[in-house]
Design a protein around this ligand. Structure first.
Ligand SMILES: Nc1ncnc2c1ncn2[C@@H]1O[C@H](COP(=O)(O)OP(=O)(O)O)[C@@H](O)[C@H]1O
Ligand SMILES: [Mg+2]
Length: 147
């Protein structure tokens, strides 16, 4: 599925739509070049999930955790740009952090990607006429969820 995202309002609307159907165990894999809008969309998803505070880019921290009661369930916002391979996820303890949490991952391909997981929603952001286009690919767990 391809979505037109001409401006920031469109990003906010997609973020709300994703957050409305997001479940623990899901991964939102956000790919696209530097400046494509990955962090913008991650913020929109967190805001849609009810998080009203600031959402810093996890470029340097690699992971930021958002936990109840600020959100209904834990959401991990990560940026894997600085990681070399999937082995480094173990050092971060990601698999135990992911229990009962949703993961929003910028630069998923740096750590081998998540497309093999049924709970993965892949969103590739591309620049288009000053706005963005999204190519959305659903894991089987996402079939039937409205976006
Ligand atoms: N759909 C859009 N239309 C226009 N500008 C956008 C859109 N989405 C994001 N931007 C802008 O693009 C810039 C880079 O976004 P950012 O989310 O930091 O990118 P990334 O995390 O992919 O590097 C920001 O200034 C943001 O406001
Ligand atoms: Mg970013």
């Amino acid at each position: 599925m391809t979505l037109d995202l001409p401006d920031l309002d469109a990003m906010a609307a997609l973020g709300r739509a994703v957050s409305a159907v997001l479940r623990p165990g899901d991964v939102i894999a956000l790919s696209g070049a530097l400046g494509a809008g990955k962090t913008t969309l991650a913020r929109a998803i967190l805001n849609g999930a009810g998080y009203a505070g600031e959402v810093p880019s996890p470029t340097f921290t690699i992971m930021e955790l958002y936990e109840p009661p600020a959100v209904d369930f834990t959401v991990i916002h990560s940026d894997f740009y600085r990681l070399a391979d999937a082995g480094e996820l173990e050092e971060l303890g990601l698999s135990s952090l992911r229990e009962n949490a949703a993961l929003i991952a910028e630069w998923p391909e740096r750590v081998g990607g998540f497309g093999h997981e049924p709970g993965c929603l892949s969103i590739e952001l591309l620049l288009k006429n000053g706005g963005r286009t999204a190519i959305v690919t659903r894991g089987t767990d996402w079939e039937g969820r409205k976006l």
